[in-house]
Structures are given as structure tokens and as C-alpha cells.
Ligand binder design. Structure first.
Ligand code: PMP
Length: 395
């Protein structure tokens, strides 16, 4: 059969990272390329215990169809969790339980964009978001990143352009891929611009709980008095990604459209997983669990930075205050793709920085390193590989 793939999907490229990860079946390959949480952080015992209890005591509650918004008691538990330190969900906000936060990114574009509409995005930013937006026919307007978040003048220029963006996508905490955190002053300024120009903000925050240094910075959503911010939280990095659990907090009027999108997409999020998550939130000490994850990541990030300082002083890099990523930049004039290629030939996978750029063809001297997945031993070995390649390439 000759399949005629839609124009929409034909132009989409498979994720470069997923392609790199395909090579991961090679056990000798060290990967700084993925974005997987550390497997030793998964609360497998608790998940098994609650799942078993649920299936024995109330199987229908785990196995029957449910409502598209998410199981009501789960939504309540998630609302309380999201609001435990700051007010993320306000009175006019709804909470929607989704199949990963990837689904929120998809719904945002599906519900807010017509074919050809502009979406403003941090540049670089999460490739999966770009692809979700593009699959809804959106065109991306990249706003350059600075050390403390987006360039505000560039953001305002994009907001003021004749084709006003349908929303602005940002990752204020420990951004993927750069590891950068948006300052409080910039969060306030972004919110003010959003309200002034009538451009909603999609605040993607899968890493916010994973702070390893510095003090917490309020979310943009916590400043939101106008229903201008769509907040995406995820359990992928604090429970496990395989359960595909995330939550969207946004104004109820917009949520009504998201619920229709949910019905079209997968009816509702896996009820079994939702119930297990509810038990995790209400019957375990999630904050203690999150503290443990932070400890693991703080140690790994410190090791990677120490190794980089010692063996690759010519690589400039961001010192992340949390999350999973370090963004490295080669000396001026270096051939980044050749560097990444040679590292891969020597069995170290990195992600070339242009994979996260709106314009993948533009010259880019940076690359992304992940510290959450590799073992400490492999962090040490991987940075040695980088040092060897830098020396071989005369950098
Ligand atoms: N947003 C960002 C910034 C991400 O890095 C990821 C994946 N790592 C996601 C969203 C999607 O995560 P999930 O669907 O597992 O919640």
C-alpha cells in the first residue's frame, strides 16, 4: 500500500535525540545525550505497593473509564501539591491531568493556533515543544536566551509585531537545554509584557522541583492575576516518566478547550496511574522523596562540573541551579558538529546545540550534556573522551 502522509506530518522530522538514543543498544556507548531521570530515583516499591493494594481492594477505581479532566480526587491532590509552596492554581483555574506534559504542549498549539499562526519561543528550547507546535501548523519566532532568561527587548519586539504570537513558550527553571534559570525580575517583566500585549504565557516547568543550588524563584503562574499563564507541571522527573503523568493549570475557559482536545486525543489519562499518583501524593512524604532525588542530582552535577573544570577548561558551560542539563560552548571558531561527531565515534553521545534552535541550520558552537542519567564512573570517563577530542582537534 502506498500511504499518502499528510502535509502536516510529512514535514516533521523525527527527534534527533530519539535517533541518537537508538544507538544506545551499544553497551559500550556513554550517553550524555538523553534526558532520562536517574533510574535509582524511581519509587518502585511504593508504586508496586499502592498498585497492588488498589487492584485488590478497588479494582474498578483503577480499571474503569473515567472523566477527561482527570479523576476528581486526583485533581484535588494535584492542586494541593502544586499549591503547597506558592499559589500556582487560583480560584478561576482548572487542573487537567494529562498524559505527560508533552500532551499539554500539543494541546496548547492545537487549541490556540490556526495554520500559519506564530508562537514565540525561547531560543534555544525544548525540541519536543517545537515539534508539537509545528505539528499544529504554527510558525516559531525564536527569542534569544541570555544567562538570566530571554532577551526582553527581543520578546517585546515579537509581541508587538503585526502577526502577534498566539502564546509565548518558556521553561523558567533549569531550562532544557541550557540549564539556565529565569531571574525573578525577568519573570515579572515577561508577565507584564504578556498582559500588556495580550499574549498568553505557556510556562513549562517539569524541572522546577529539582533545585540543587540557590533559592526558589516564584513561578510566573504564581504572579498571574489575569488568567494569562498556562502552567505545565509533570511527574516525570519526580515520580517516573513511564507512568506518563502531568498536569496543566490554566484558566477554566481555556481548560474547556483542552478537555475537548483530551477527549479527541486519548479520552482521559490512565486511571490506574492517576490513582497510584494520588496515593504517592497523599500517603507518602513526597518532599522527602524529592530531597533524595535532588541529592543524587546535586552530586552528579557537581562531579560533571568538577571534571569539566579539570579536563576541559576551554569549554565554557552554564552552572545549572537544578534540572538535568549543562550547556557547553566550544572556543570561538571551533567546529561543533565535528566535535560531537568525533565524541560519538569515541563512544560518547552528546546532543549538538542546533537541535534545540528554531533554525537548525544556523551556526552554533554549543552542545548539551545530561548529568542525571550517566553513572558517576561514566561521567568521569565521558568528560575524558571530550578532553581527548578537544586535544585531537587542537582546541
Ligand atoms: N518539557 C520539557 C522542557 C522537557 O524537557 C520534557 C521532557 N523531558 C517535557 C516537557 C515532556 O515531559 P513529560 O511529557 O514526560 O512530562
Amino acid at each position: 500500500m502506498e500511504f499518502k502522509i499528510s502535509d502536516k506530518m510529512r514535514n516533521m522530522k523525527p527527534s534527533i535525540i530519539r535517533e541518537i538514543l537508538k544507538q544506545m543498544s551499544d553497551p559500550t556507548l556513554i550517553s550524555f545525550a538523553g534526558g532520562n531521570p536517574a533510574a535509582d530515583s524511581f519509587p518502585a516499591e511504593d508504586i508496586a505497593r499502592f498498585s497492588d493494594e488498589l487492584l485488590r481492594q478497588d479494582p474498578v477505581a483503577a480499571l474503569q473509564y473515567s472523566v477527561s479532566e482527570g479523576v476528581p480526587s486526583v485533581r484535588e491532590a494535584v492542586r494541593a501539591f502544586a499549591n503547597r509552596r506558592e499559589r500556582v492554581a487560583k480560584e478561576n483555574d482548572g487542573v487537567l491531568i494529562t498524559s505527560g506534559s508533552q500532551q499539554i504542549l500539543d494541546f496548547a498549539a492545537k487549541c490556540l493556533c490556526n495554520e500559519g499562526d506564530v508562537v514565540a519561543v525561547e531560543n534555544p528550547a525544548f525540541l519536543g515543544a517545537f515539534n508539537a507546535f509545528r505539528s499544529s501548523g504554527a510558525r516559531l519566532a525564536g527569542v534569544p536566551m541570555e544567562d538570566d532568561g530571554v532577551n526582553l527587548a527581543a520578546l517585546e519586539a515579537v509581541f508587538a509585531a503585526p502577526e502577534k504570537p498566539r502564546f509565548f513558550y518558556c521553561i523558567p527553571n533549569f531550562q532544557n537545554p541550557t540549564g539556565k534559570t529565569m531571574s525573578l525580575a525577568k519573570r515579572r517583566a515577561v508577565y507584564a509584557l504578556a498582559v500588556r500585549y495580550g499574549v498568553p504565557v505557556l510556562e513549562d516547568d517539569p524541572y522546577g522541583e529539582l533545585r540543587i543550588a540557590g533559592g526558589p524563584v516564584p513561578s510566573i503562574k504564581s504572579m498571574d492575576t489575569e488568567g494569562a499563564v498556562i502552567y505545565a507541571g509533570s511527574f516525570s522527573k519526580i515520580l517516573c516518566p513511564g507512568m506518563r503523568l502531568a498536569y496543566c493549570v490554566c484558566d477554566k475557559k481555556l481548560m474547556a478547550a483542552f478537555v475537548v482536545a483530551k477527549q479527541c486525543s486519548d479520552v482521559h489519562t490512565n486511571v490506574w496511574a492517576q490513582r497510584v499518583c494520588e496515593a504517592m501524593l497523599t500517603r507518602t512524604d513526597m518532599d522527602a522523596h524529592i530531597r533524595e532525588i535532588r541529592k543524587i542530582y546535586a552530586a552528579k552535577a557537581a562531579l560533571m562540573m568538577e571534571q569539566l573544570d579539570e579536563k576541559c577548561p576551554q569549554v565554557r558551560y552554564t552552572r545549572p541551579e537544578g534540572g538535568m542539563f549543562i550547556w557547553g560552548t566550544l572556543p570561538e571558531g571551533a567546529d561543533m558538529p565535528a566535535f560531537v561527531r568525533e565524541c560519538l565515534a569515541r563512544k560518547l553521545a552528546l546532543v549538538p546545540g542546533n537541535a534545540f534552535m528554531v533554525d537548525e541550520e544556523a551556526p552554533c558552537g554549543s552542545f548539551r550534556m545530561n548529568f542525571s542519567t550517566p553513572t558517576p564512573e561514566n561521567i568521569v570517563k565521558g568528560v575524558s573522551v571530550m578532553a581527548g577530542v578537544l586535544a585531537a582537534q587542537g582546541l
